[in-house]
Design a protein around this ligand. Sequence first.
Ligand code: T1G
Length: 675
Amino acid sequence: MTDPITTRKDGDVLIITSNNPPVNALGAAVRQGLDRAVKEGLADDSVKAMVITCEGKTFFAGADITEFGKPMQEPGLPTLVDSIEASDKPIVAAIHGTALGGGCEVALACHYRIAVPSAKLGLPEVKLGILPGAGGTQRLPRVAGVEFALELATKGDPVPAAKAQAAGLVDRLAGEDSLAADAIAYAREVADARPLPRASEKPVSVEPGVFDAFRKTNAKRFRGYDAPAEIISVIEETASLPYAEGVQRERNGFMKLIMGVQSAAQRHIFFAERKASKIDGVAEDVQLRPIKRVGVIGAGTMGGGISMNFLSAGIPVTIVEMQQEALDRGTGTIRKNYEATAAKGRMKPEQVEQAMGLLTPTLKMEDLADCDLVIEAVYEEMGVKNDIFTKLDGICKPGAILASNTSYLDINEIASVTGRPQDVLGLHFFSPANVMKLLEVVRGDKTADDVLATAMALAKKIRKVAVVAGVCYGFIGNRMLMPRQVEAMKLLHEGATPEQVDRVHVEFGMPMGPFQMSDLAGVDIGWHRDPTRIENIRDALAAEGRWGQKKSAGFYDYDENRRPSNSPRVAEIIEDFRKKTGTPQHEITDEEIVERTLYTMVNEGALILEEGKAQRASDIDVVWIYGYGWPPYRGGPMFWADTVGLKTIVAGLEKHGFPVAKLLRDKAEKGERFN
Ligand code: T1G
């Protein structure tokens, strides 16, 4: 393997360059090379200053996560950054792309930092369930202040170079296209400046109460996570300590977190998300179809949200409705959503106009003739969809991709009404479609490889996390949601309350429980709409207009601010049903709720894998993390099942009389894991 670190001299400046694609991760060879290069610069009397820079798309993007769990090769990153800072010749970090994690810590150990305006700097370790383990918790508060350090390290989101400069993390901005020259000039400028600015030698100023205030402000956001709490404690406990002691506390915190289940879960999701974009059996270099214009049929909640994904990515959209009033309402909602984003400062007004300028509303489906991709987002009824796809087959140009946003229905049947089944697939967005990251890409039996690959690449372009799903009722996510909802309703019949079931799920880490979710989505979704036909608790609620939050009443009552409260009326309805059906009642424990609503999801996931409707168990985890808010620190349903133990899952399912999926039983018996 060629040495990723090279050096060259420009006069009295030594330029140390890393070339370790794809992201200059600080693997062993890079660390060893950097260590050697700095020593070379120190030993060469003609060198007055040094620059550390990277080739490729980014400055060091952190430690090499693939090395975690393996024996660490010297020098470790903490040792390396300390030796950089200890240099008695100035070292300048020349930053482009994303200086993340250990990359940001290498920059912090340098005496000066120069960055191009488009660069970003961050400490995303917390998203991996760990903390900055190479001095970041010590140097950043000293360089940029405690509050900036708390924000950056506990939330993990990078900041642009200008904001980093304002905080003191970056000293100077370079020209976007002149980083190398500007960094060398900067190094020459500071070559004789003394004392060398060493972050670890600066004092930390702490506002009284800043840590507890930060904890309080972010309590909901950090609920259930170990790493943010540990990061706050490390920074708080070491703010008044000398660096040498503080960095020891950081090391202890790092080791505690990296050995924990949460970090294993979050690292699992990091790689699972990236693995999901790969399609087994399809070459990575398959020729993609160009997508220059997208058509969306339906300007309702889904159609509007779907359109925004493409408009925001600069892709023109033709949106079709049947009635002018619906079309105007839909385009008006799109504009309103953008303006709300702009009002929060997350978008400039001119960007709103730019996005809206790419939108072409029309009442004529014929106007879709020049679209490269058409997405149908209309009423969830097979007849309606087949009618639309029959028309599209006659309107759309050859090679256009025809997609349905259906949540459940059979893509093969939809494809069969066209003369081009190879160009048909499902693109299942999750509501709100312009917000939720998950996209289930549903592969029909005849969907062509290049169509599938084009959809996966397009998903990345519109910043979605895409997962390939096979054709089955509910694909991956909703198919696993069903047993959960069925068991949740049965638990009500047998003695549980909606608030008990929801509490168990929220305590588990879900954003909401089954009944809270039903009230949000609409209790009337999928209801037969016959108020005289009352066959279950849901029918009874729907029949008296308890359709959820939108009606201020569902499984809960809601005040004018949609704040929920337990409903005596719902308790009556449940009690009536228990009596009418004569369902035997029993004391339902939280453990039983977990077994019957979460173990059954795992079982369904195993069936999905058995049937080949998901490529891999980690894809199922990605679906639930990004589509339903499964807590990342539990790694997704299948990873979580591994941590519970598949034998325990099987025993729990059998205890309640559920048929156990063969794959699950086989793995349990062999002591294997899903991931
Ligand atoms: N280590 C190993 N591989 C990595 C990696 C890393 N840090 N970052 C990315 N990759 C791989 C990734 O798996 C993918 O591989 C390829 O690079 C392209 O990534 C001591 C301990 C930098 C913003 O958390 O956020 O430092 O699938 O598809 O969309 O305190 O990668 O092609 O085989 O994501 O352009 C902290 C994680 C580590 C940064 C680029 N750093 N990476 O996004 O490309 S912990 C991070 C990212 C740490 C120290 C601690 C993103 C990116 P493959 P990609 P991208």
